[in-house]
Every structure is written in C-alpha cells, then in structure tokens.
Unconditional design. Structure first.
Length: 510
C-alpha cells in the first residue's frame, strides 16, 4: 500500500524532472547567438541545436508506452533522468558544433519520456478524487517551463555564459533521480515483450520528417526547396505505411494500440490539446519578438512583461485542480477557451503605441484561460481510459501537443514573413504626393524622398507598420482557431461519479 506521507516526495521528484525537460524546450533559444560565436557556426548551422532536440524528442516520445510495459516505470524514469542530465552536461562542455548537436540529440531522446511518464505516475499514485489536483500540479511544470525558459536562459547567459543554460540541469537532475530511486518501487515483471519494429520505424520516420519540415520550411522557402519535397514525400509515405500496418495488426502486437482511438474522451482530448499546443506556443513565439523588434524592448523588460502570463497560468491551474469533481469539466473548458479567445481578441487590436499594461493584462487573461483548459482537459482525456493504457495514452497526448506547437510556430512565422511583405507592398502603393499627409510640412521634411535619410526613414516606418499588421493577422488566426474548437466540447463525456478507485500498482513508494 502507498503511505500518504511519501506521495509529496514522489510529486516533488516528478515535478523537478518535468520542469527540467520543459525548460530545455525554450531555454536555449536566447543563447543561440552566443553559441554561434563560440562554436564558429553560421546562423543556419546553429539552428540545428534546436532542430536536433525537437526532432529527437518527437521520434522518441511514442516509445514511452512500450518502454514502460517492457522495463517498468521506475527503470525508464531513472534512465531518462540520468541520460538527460548527462546529455545536458555534455552540451555545456561542447566545443564544436557537431559535439553540441550530438549531445542535443541525446537530450531529446532521453528527455522524451519525462513528461508523459510524469503524468502517468501522478495518475497512478493518486486516488480518483485527487487526480484533478495532481494534474494541476503536473500542468504547472508543463506549461510554465516553456514560458520561463527564455527569461531564465537570458539571465544565465548574460550573468555567466551560455554553457550554464545546460549545466543548470545537473543539480536538478540529480535531485530528481534520487527521489525516483528512493520513493518508487519497480514494477514486478514486464507485461509486453514483443517490439513492433516496423510500426516504430514508420511512425518515427513520419514524425521526424514532419518536424524537419516544420522547423526548416520557412528557412528553405518551403516548396521551392528540394529538401522540403523530400520531407513531404517521406511524411506521406511513412504515415500511410504506419496507418495501414497499425490497422491490420492485432492490438496487442502493434506499436500503437488502436483501441485508444475508440475512446471518445481520449480522441476529443487529443484534438483539444493539439489546439492548445498550437495557440500557446505560437503566442509565446510571437510576443517576445514583437516587443523586441517593433517596440525596442530590452530582453530583460520583455521577460518582465511576459512573466505575469505564467503566474496567471499557475494560479488558474491550482484553482482548477480544486474544482474538478465539483464543477462540470465542460463548463471549465468553456470558460478557459472563452478567456483565451478574449485575450487573443485584445492582442488582435494591438498597435505600435502600447503601454506595459496593454501587454501584461492580455497575457494574464490568456494564462488564466489556458490554465482552466489544461487541467480539466488532462483529467477528462484520461478519465475513461483504463490504467494499463495510460502509458501509451500519455505519450500520444504529449506527442500531439508537441506537434501542435511545432505547426503553430511554423504557421505563424510563415504568415508573419509573407503578410509583412504583402502589407508593405499595399502601404507603399498609397505613398503618393497626392496623399493629404504630405501637405503637412513636418511630415514632408521628415520623409523627404529627395534625401537618403528621408527615404530610409520612410521605408523603416512602412516596414514597421507592415510588420505590426502581420502580427495582428496572426492573432486573428489563433482567435478563430480557438473559437472553432469550442463546439467540440459537446463530444466530451463527463466522468461518472465513482467511489474512489484503488490506486494502481504501477508505481509504488517504499
């Protein structure tokens, strides 16, 4: 039996591992220019530091279910934490581009299981009536890590150097590993021995091709590049083979158990988490660049005005965890999506004349909305899923969230570049001397096209306005996506009131 006093220690260890992994998804971004100089790499080459991690994590995430069934939660967790910590140390010690890319690949492979495993362990060690609160705590690590990553990464890079972005994982990883080793008892014996090599190979290749396509598409000018076409063809072929193979293979022998997709709540939850990943990470990618490039915010100030969004998320998650079981999950989800839509509507009315409050409050509202979505969504998705299918379910849940975030970031960045060009051309067409604005002597002097400075100043102003219009287009797109997903709430079945279930024995404390 589980001794209640040990549950907080397991939770603490799990949260350390989760935050360590989710922080690394964004913490290295701000350090790239410093790495570029140290490692003598071009901008295109240094981007592989991010790409390698994303692709490796995406490929390794679906392995979580089989690894847990084969080796047990404790062994997989300890191996993942140990490997991730060692890979982080190797990243910080790297002196060449090839070394850090190889270390980032290892980081992605070992870190892939940490988020889904942390979710399934928290579900297993908590009785039914406490699972909502457990998902709230887990959600704080998953959602707040990427938000705080750039701020922490900027501070470490400025105060020390870029290597500490990776070295900071070492003490956290050691503490998490000790907690796992001390408080979780291994599962007695494997349940699944057979490994579906063909299923894993086709799924990993399709996911890897998709991640490369999304991460490098804009850089390669999309379909004007041979690389993009190769990635698209590989994605279509491998995804087709995987789908056909999975449908024709018995569930107990297939790499992905297709019975998961017969569960209505799970399928609906996966669709929702795709949109959540898309909206959350796309917004996080847009706001800092908008503030720094258009409004000339320093990096530190950008971190200060965006951090309250994470505070709003943490607060609403903890409240949502207490409301689960007392309030209909669908009402909480509706409130969360409505608040998210409201914040995006406010962002869609941004201009170049913004105060700090104009940035902070929509961010806080969005943070509260996403917190109200994430916790009940996690609870509803797994409410009707049997315990033996949780490992696979949580792995797919995390995979779809990551794919959604990759698609969202790629989509908004592509739209930003192209809509900026379109808006710039449209604004330039209206710059004629017949425009009444030219009759103002001050305007005519500032934007005197007869001088080099005046022409450059005018072009800079037009480019700035065009970029702001492109950012607004992105916010409108995310608003429409958020509103479009709300009707899917009708397909979620609220879990029936049950007596507190016995805790599963997949993870037991000593």
């Amino acid at each position: 039996m589980i001794r209640p006093l040990n549950r907080p220690m397991i939770t603490l260890s799990i949260m350390l591992a989760t935050i360590m992994q989710t922080l690394d998804s964004t913490i290295a971004n701000v350090a790239l220019p410093h790495m570029q100089g140290t490692l003598s790499a071009s901008q295109d080459q240094i981007a592989w530091v991010l790409t390698a991690y994303i692709v490796a994590a995406a490929i390794a995430t679906p392995l979580t279910g089989w690894m847990v069934d084969r080796f047990g939660q404790k062994n997989v967790f300890l191996a993942s934490i140990g490997g991730f910590t060692l890979a982080s140390m190797l990243c910080g010690m790297s002196n060449t581009l090839s070394e850090i890319v190889a270390a980032r690949l290892l980081q992605g492979v070992f870190g892939a299981a940490l988020v889904p495993l942390s979710q399934v362990v928290l579900l297993d060690i908590n009785p039914k009536e406490k699972q909502g609160s457990a998902m709230a705590i887990w959600g704080v690590g998953v959602m707040v890590g990427p938000i705080l990553g750039p701020t922490l990464g900027g501070w470490l890079t400025d105060s020390y150097n870029w290597r500490w972005v990776f070295f900071i994982n070492v003490p956290i990883g050691l503490l998490a590993a000790y907690g796992m080793w001390r408080y979780i008892r291994p599962v007695p014996g494997p349940r699944r021995q057979r490994f579906d090599v063909f299923g894993f190979a086709t799924l990993s290749l399709s996911v890897g091709a998709l991640q490369l396509l999304l991460d490098r598409g804009q850089q390669n000018d999309w379909f004007s590049s041979t690389e993009t076409w190769i990635e698209v063809i590989a994605l279509i072929v491998m995804a087709t083979y995987f789908t056909a193979h999975t449908l024709l293979t018995p569930a107990d022998k297939s790499f992905v158990d297709f019975r998961l997709f017969k569960n209505q709540n799970f399928v609906t939850g996966v669709m929702f988490i795709f949109i959540v990943g898309l909206v959350l990470y796309a917004t996080r990618a847009l706001i800092p660049t908008m503030l720094e490039t258009l409004l000339d915010y320093p990096v530190a100030t950008t971190g200060l005005v965006t951090a309250p969004s994470g505070v709003g998320t943490m607060f609403s998650m903890l409240i949502a965890g207490r409301l689960i079981g007392r309030v209909d999950l669908r009402l909480m989800l509706f409130a969360g999506f409505t608040l998210t839509a409201l914040s995006l509507w406010q962002m869609a009315h941004y201009s170049l004349d913004l105060s700090s409050g104009d940035i902070i409050w929509p961010g806080v509202i969005q943070g509260i909305g996403l917190g109200l979505v994430f916790v009940p969504l996690s609870a509803a998705t797994f409410a009707t899923l049997s315990p033996e299918m949780r490992a696979q379910g949580t792995a797919l849940f995390s995979l779809v969230r990551n794919i959604g975030s990759s698609i969202g970031i790629s989509l908004v960045q592509t739209m930003l570049v192209r809509n900026t060009v379109i808006a710039h051309a449209a604004l330039t067409e209206r710059l004629t001397y017949a425009n009444p604005a030219w009759q103002n002597p001050a305007v005519a002097r500032a934007y005197d096209l007869g001088t080099l400075g005046g022409a450059a100043f005018l072009d800079s102003t037009v480019t700035q306005q065009a970029a702001m219009m492109a950012y607004i287009d992105d916010f409108w797109l995310m608003l429409f996506l958020t509103l479009a997903v709300i009707p899917l709430l009708l397909f979620i079945r609220p879990p029936g009131r049950q007596t507190p279930a016995a805790v599963d024995t997949h993870a037991v404390v000593e």
